[in-house]
Design a protein around this ligand. Structure first.
Ligand SMILES: *Cc1c(COP(=O)(O)O)cnc(C)c1O
Length: 480
């Protein structure tokens, strides 16, 4: 029988460090996805072993399966809006695992508890949010939306005389949620998990792209006449990186007594550059704001942040207690009382480290580097006779499609672009996804990785044009 033994550690640590270094050294030059990825993933499995192989053997097997991964930490991954990991964040995240700290209770780790406070304070400074606000680290933007909207739920219903966290939703009036067409599905999901109801979300869009209809929102709020309401603003829409008019929405929410929540999972980082800060103007008038760490901050998964204007709401919603647990009124933060999990990972380590290592200027430079690359890509698209850009590039996403000269707008062109999107993901030289934007199938490469270079971005139009020319011959109705 093999049991864990301290003597395994030196070789495990050495092997891991060696493999990690050689993996990261080569990541810029390898394809994002190996053609055999699914097959390699399938080599793992079988029944639970009765006798183990020991730590080193297990690690060797894991390392032998790296081709089953998608190399999203590298510079050529533009799918979703997923960033990489800065060297400082990587080192600190390893250390967090090594120390295995639990900032759920201050007593179990003053260091992790303190770093979470410092990280939240620094992030508020980074984004220009008032220092008086509360905040907490979460596993990502979905859970950050959950935290923020749980606070919204409490606030809305307490104004209606119901302590929802005590008596539950059965005694509560419904909450109406108003957003534009950009409202992210994770906000809707969070509202479902909270029992507010996915079906209570009204997306008020004035066009097929999804731009918010402020007049309709004004009318809806007037008709609600003070009934519980949440307004959701989108700071960074996922197809083209557009923004809702946050200041106008803040104004409306304030005037009608609604909670104003802003989902800025990646778009909140617009605040870092004077070139884009205008896009998030008004965000400091929100009641809650969220962003992701594992997107544009370039820290590893799972890392997101929720900020709430009234810090007392977090313990009111997420507080807990028992004879063996810390008191809720302790002056030192017990982070398990401010978010969904009790025991939790020391997520602040990589945040603190990357902000300490590179500072505000270094992270502004990451954002501006990606802004520049997005403009470069837009210019390449504009110069190509067979590519068509579908939206203005305000931030870090370029929304465009393949369109051979003389081809007609319509279902055949959509079908061609859908196939290019599927093939591109299998091709693996560079990674980006397809979407539907304003009713048209399009690509939406999103630039968030600190490592990305011009030559990586150039691969996108290159691959689209190459696959497009090949596939057009096979799609009827599109001149090849
Ligand atoms: C990515 C994203 C989310 C969800 O974030 P996760 O970290 O995947 O949970 C929510 N909102 C927006 C706008 C996003 O871009």
């Amino acid at each position: 029988m093999v049991r864990p033994d301290p003597s395994e550690l030196p070789e495990v640590i050495d092997l891991t460090a060696r493999e990690a270094a050689s993996y990261l050294e080569g990541i810029a030059d390898r394809p994002v996805r190996d053609a055999r990825a699914d097959d390699v993933a399938a080599t793992f499995g079988g029944p639970l072993p009765e006798d183990g192989v020991g730590a080193v053997r297990a690690m060797e097997e894991l390392v032998a399966g790296l081709d089953g991964a998608v190399h999203s930490a590298g510079p050529k991954f533009f799918h979703f809006v997923d960033g990489g990991t800065t060297p400082a964040a990587l080192g600190a995240d390893w250390l967090a695992t090594t120390l295995d700290q639990n900032p759920g209770a201050w007593v179990s780790s003053p260091l992790a508890g303190r770093l979470e406070q410092v990280s939240i304070d620094w992030l508020k400074e980074l984004f220009g949010l008032p220092q008086a606000w509360g905040g907490v680290l979460t596993t990502g933007a979905t859970m950050a939306n959950f935290v923020a909207l749980a606070c919204a739920r409490r606030w809305c219903l307490s104004r209606a005389g119901v302590d929802v966290d005590e008596v539950g939703l059965a005694a509560a009036p419904p909450i109406t949620v108003l957003g534009g067409g950009y409202t992210h599905p994770s906000d809707v999901k969070a509202l479902g998990m909270l029992g507010v109801g996915r079906g209570r979300v009204r997306k008020l869009a004035r066009d097929e792209v999804g731009r918010v209809d402020l007049d309709a929102m004004k009318t809806a709020l007037r008709e609600l006449d003070g009934a519980p309401a949440i307004v959701i603003g989108s700071a960074g829409e996922v197809n083209a990186g557009d923004f809702d008019p946050l200041a106008d929405m803040a104004e409306l929410a304030e005037r009608h007594g609604a909670w104003f929540h802003v989902d800025g999972a990646f778009g909140l980082f617009a605040a870092l550059s004077p070139r884009t800060a205008l896009l998030v103007e008004g965000v400091d008038r929100a009641d809650s704001v969220i962003a992701d760490g594992h997107k544009w901050l370039n820290v590893p998964y799972e890392n997101g942040f929720a900020f709430v204007r009234d810090p007392a709401l977090l313990p009111a919603v997420f507080g807990s207690g028992a004879a063996y647990l810390p008191d809720i009124d302790e002056p030192q933060p017990n982070w398990g009382y401010r978010g969904p999990e009790m025991s939790r990972r020391a997520r602040a380590f990589p945040i603190w480290a990357t902000l300490r290592a590179y500072g505000r200027a270094g992270h502004r430079a990451i954002v501006e580097h990606d802004l520049d690359l997005a403009q470069e890509l837009a210019a390449t698209v504009d110069a190509a006779p067979d590519l068509e850009r579908l939206a203005e590039v305000q931030l870090n996403i370029v929304c465009f499609r393949y369109r051979p000269p003389d081809s007609e707008d319509g279902p055949e062109l959509d079908e061609l672009n859908r196939r290019i999107g599927e093939e591109a993901l299998l091709d693996g030289r560079v990674f980006f996804g397809a979407t539907t934007y304003g009713g048209r199938v399009a690509f939406r490469p999103a630039l968030v990785n600190w490592r990305t270079r011009s030559e990586d971005v150039d691969l996108v139009p290159q691959v689209v044009r190459e696959l497009g020319a090949r596939l057009a011959a096979r799609v009827e109705g599109v001149p090849g």
